[in-house]
Design a protein around this ligand. Structure first.
Ligand code: ATP
Length: 377
């Protein structure tokens, strides 16, 4: 599969510039799709900004790929509306949507050189001669693969093949780039290198990009914004920092990284903060949202890295507890501890630049009220 664009011969005086911004926002309104009894998309409404690198993140089977395929036009939604920069594309054929797609398995043609793989989409669009040559080389340069134009795909590493797949999607200048788990076949080192490369390419081209992954580290390190999905629905949209540090519900807090859930009851509410009664004692929480409950029983989430290990004499007055170290795993730059606090609360805590500690010893921990996240459910 290659980038898809409306047909017709291209006319161009100068080679393409991949720094050009092509402004295309995406709007989804009430998009739904069922497969038998499974709701793969259940009334998804979403706005994606022009030039944004937008991630769909969620566990296997939550409907990410279905949504991407609906955007590409490979799957037709049962209900809802999709617009690219105001143009309704809901019923438009895939080849008329001008989307470029990159798949997990690269899908390069094994019998064609790198150059011919990238040139194919232009050939189909009857772009020929000097212009085709220039556009292919510009796309290969953008993907840093210009030295490999004459190679066959089987003479390339996985990372290099993925760069060619990106060049092939970009060469037709799609207005929307769709990436379906593009790094999942690469080893860890290449994956992290390609994260930077894809981000750079998206930035430089300015193409609105939708990127599907179940890998939270990939989403958090690359995205402008992330939509977290669950069972066909979007449960939170925000910048990586927002979804990780201010999850709005238990699912997002749990899916993104590790956390400690602590049940508590509201004792008092004041402007901007809550005093909670938890089994280990009172907990102060700040940074509340409008929909944060101001009374009753609730759950709060505290990330392992949010716990501070306080030296004697620097003990904060609030949100500090003494516990007993149950278990400790030394990892070099950090230690992972399991600590039992009063009221049978056992927390996981991460200590950076760790002191040597032994199971059974008393440890004093505290948490900044801004790092106590009160969940709506
Ligand atoms: P993964 O990360 O495993 O690829 P995903 O989040 O991309 O998962 P989808 O592939 O969109 O999830 O699938 C969503 C749900 O729809 C799943 O339960 C899946 O089994 C179902 N589904 C997807 N495509 C079809 C199909 N063509 N026929 C029947 N069911 C389907």
């Amino acid at each position: 599969m290659i980038g898809r664009e409306a047909g017709g011969p291209g006319r161009r005086a100068s080679p393409p510039c991949y720094h050009r911004r092509i402004m295309t926002g995406i709007t989804l309104e009430g998009v739904s799709k069922r497969f038998g009894s499974t709701a793969a998309a259940a009334g998804v409404s979403l706005g994606i900004d022009s030039g944004e690198l937008f991630f769909l993140l969620g566990p296997s089977g939550c409907g990410k790929t279905t949504l991407l395929r609906i955007l590409a036009g490979f799957v037709e939604a049962d209900a809802g509306r999709i617009a690219f920069e105001g143009q309704d594309v809901t019923h438009l054929a895939p080849e008329k949507r001008r989307t470029g797609m990159v798949f997990q398995n690269y899908a390069l043609w094994p019998h064609m050189t790198v150059f011919d793989n990238v040139a194919f989409g232009l050939k189909v669009r009857r772009v020929s001669g000097k212009e085709r040559q220039e556009r292919v080389m510009a796309a290969l340069r953008a993907a840093r693969m210009q030295e490999y134009a004459r190679r066959m795909p089987n003479q390339l590493s996985g990372g290099q093949q993925q760069r060619v797949a990106l060049a092939r999607a970009l060469v037709v200048e799609p207005r929307v780039l769709l990436l379906d788990e593009p790094l999942s076949n690469l080893d860890a080192r290449l994956r992290s290198q390609m994260r930077g490369e894809i981000r750079r390419l998206c930035r430089e081209s300015g193409i609105t990009t939708v990127y599907v992954t179940h890998d939270q580290a990939e989403a958090l390190s690359m995205a402008d914004r992330v939509a977290v999905m669950r069972e066909g629905r979007i449960v939170q949209v925000g910048r990586p920092r927002d979804v990780y540090q201010r999850p709005e519900n238990r699912f997002v807090a749990d899916f993104l990284g590790e956390t400690n859930f602590i049940s508590a009851e509201v004792k008092g509410a004041e402007e901007g903060h809550l005093i909670l009664h938890a089994p280990m004692g009172d907990v102060l929480a700040r940074g509340l949202r409008e929909d944060t409950p101001r009374s009753g029983n609730l759950t709060c989430s505290i990330r392992p890295e949010a716990w501070r290990f306080d030296a004697a004499g620097r003990d904060p007055a609030r949100n500090a507890w003494t516990g007993r170290l149950v278990e400790s795993i030394y990892q070099g730059e950090s230690s992972r501890h399991r600590i039992e606090l009063a009221g049978d609360v056992v927390i996981h805590a991460l200590e950076i630049n760790p002191r040597e500690r032994r199971p059974g010893e008393a440890v004093r921990v505290s948490v900044d009220p801004a790092d106590v996240v009160v969940l709506a459910d």
